[in-house]
Design a protein around this ligand. Structure first.
Ligand code: 13P
Ligand code: SF4
Length: 331
């Protein structure tokens, strides 16, 4: 565990990192971090990944404590998959605008309007919403899950409208799509893509399907207005994999800017250009280095963990587990 120059420049030092790792190992804890976390947290974590990868890792860990550096629904998913473990999040208020755009009550009302339909929800939802769903998906496997549903079954897809229309286009399957969005990705618009590509004409384009521009990018790639062989609509884990395979030396990255740290670390030679520098998720950034350290110190001192502990009560947990397990089986 060595802090990158970017992490050191943010004021975090090696001593902090060593203390965090030491407290984690003394307390049988493992630190998981999403790809959008600040550099210091990505560098100190035992695992960094996309939402699907982190769910899969949570399900198979030996350690008794998971310290989840990500947003609340991700820590909840870890708890649903690993109920015997203590799951801690350094700030319980780290929410998600997309997850907040569909409540369990709204999910129930939608299902009542379409009896017999399959409710497919994005992993960016609360445990209560997942408990209403038939299938859960991430950006990494949404198309695969949709293709596994019998062709004659009506599909309700939510809450992300941009991911929904991208999946509709990729799978060729008509769906009812919920009109929710992530405020960060909705702000990455076609004009951002045009401008960055005009400035970097040989770049490969990596677009998260939650982006406000994703379905338009797909359409423009199909008409030849964007280079089809250099346009990839992929989740955060897909971006890491695509860069490993690619021969390109410049990439326009259309997602939350925390992703650039992970991509730079794995591809130090490549030039990375954010499609929109303002695409910063304030919720992800609520997990800070001092809060991570404080969480581990509270754990180490055997103090009250309730300010950090994430729990999912029964029967919500068992109900939510069904669509999550389907998602993992189709990963
Ligand atoms: P990934 O599933 O691609 O990691 O995305 C999660 C997320 O919150 C995107 O905003
Ligand atoms: Fe939620 Fe958007 Fe932040 Fe991802 S980037 S956690 S979808 S608000």
């Amino acid at each position: 565990m060595v802090l990158t120059a970017e992490a050191l420049a943010s004021g975090v030092d090696q001593e902090w990192a060593e203390r965090v790792r030491d407290l984690a190992s003394r307390n049988d804890a493992i630190i998981l971090a999403h790809n959008y976390q600040v550099p210091a947290i990505q560098d100190v974590a035992h695992y960094v990944g996309d939402s699907l990868e982190l769910s899969k890792i949570s399900a198979g860990l030996d350690e008794s404590v998971i310290v989840f550096c990500g947003v609340h629904f991700m820590a909840e998913t870890a708890k649903i998959l690993a109920p015997a473990k203590t799951v801690l999040i350094p700030d319980q208020l780290a929410g998600c605008s997309l997850a907040a755009s569909m409540t369990a009550e709204e999910a129930r009302a939608w299902k009542a309007e379409h009896p017999g339909a399959a409710l497919v929800v994005y992993v960016n939802t609360s445990a209560e919403v997942k408990a209403e769903a038939d299938y859960c998906v991430t950006s990494a496997n949404a198309v695969k899950v949709i293709e596994s549903i019998p062709a004659d079954r009506e599909i309700l897809f939510g809450p992300d409208m941009f991911l929904g229309s991208a999946v509709e286009r990729l799978s060729g399957r008509k769906m009812h799509i919920w009109m929710g969005e992530c405020h960060v990705h909705a702000g990455i618009e076609p004009t951002n893509i045009r401008r960055t590509l005009d400035a970097n004409p040989n770049a490969e384009l990596l677009v998260h399907p939650e982006c406000g521009c994703s379905s338009q990018c797909m359409y423009l790639a199909s008409t030849g207005d964007l280079p089809a062989d250099r346009t990839f609509i992929v989740g955060t884990g897909g971006m890491v994999r695509r860069m490993k395979e690619s021969e390109a030396d410049t990439f326009v990255v259309a997602t939350e800017t925390g992703m650039l740290h992970r991509l730079r670390k794995e591809n130090p030679e490549a030039e990375l250009v954010p499609a929109n520098e303002a695409a910063v998720c304030g919720y992800m950034k609520m997990i800070t280095p001092p809060k991570l350290l404080r969480t581990l110190e509270v754990l180490d001192r055997g103090e009250d963990l309730s300010p950090y502990e994430v729990d999912v009560a029964e029967p919500i947990r068992s109900k939510a587990l069904v669509p999550i397990e389907r998602m993992i089986a189709l990963a």
